[in-house]
Design a protein around this ligand. Structure first.
Ligand code: HEC
Length: 110
């Protein structure tokens, strides 16, 4: 009984360590770029956020962080809704609140 408690605590500490180190890693420039790529944003907005693949997709790099954050949140909860936003709403269902913060900060600095 005692032994399993000990193992339980070790597993908890291991998971906590991994969670902390991955949170730090997510803040690095290359990991933020990877997050943007992993969420398929580049397929429409370009790898740098400023070379959209069609004229109907906006340039999003260099925009104010707070503005980007609000737009992404509004797409996600459906409050920004128009003929072109449906695709963004779908994409944002797979992007968490924390990831929205990371991506907004990264895009504003591109
Ligand atoms: C399939 C194409 C597609 C993908 C993939 C995509 N977007 Fe978009 N994005 C659009 C379109 C189209 C709009 C314009 C929507 C509108 O008119 O409301 C848009 C709008 C935006 C805007 C608002 C720009 C503004 O000026 O208001 C932001 C920010 C944005 N996208 C970020 C992202 C991020 C971050 C991802 C990845 C998580 C992503 N997009 C993935 C097509 C896409």
């Amino acid at each position: 009984m005692k032994k399993s408690k000990h193992i339980g605590r070790s597993v908890f500490l291991l998971i906590a360590t991994i969670a902390i180190s991955s949170a730090n890693a997510e803040n690095s420039e290359s990991n933020l770029a990877t997050l943007y790529l992993a969420k398929a944003c580049a397929g429409c907005h370009g790898v740098d956020g400023r070379t959209p693949t069609t004229p109907y997709y906006p340039i999003i790099a260099g925009q104010n962080e707070a503005y980007i954050y609000n737009q992404l949140r509004d797409f996600k909860d459906g409050s920004r809704s128009n003929s072109m936003s449906t695709v963004m709403t779908g994409i944002m269902s797979a992007v968490s609140e924390q990831e929205i913060r990371f991506i907004s900060a990264w895009l504003s600095k591109q």
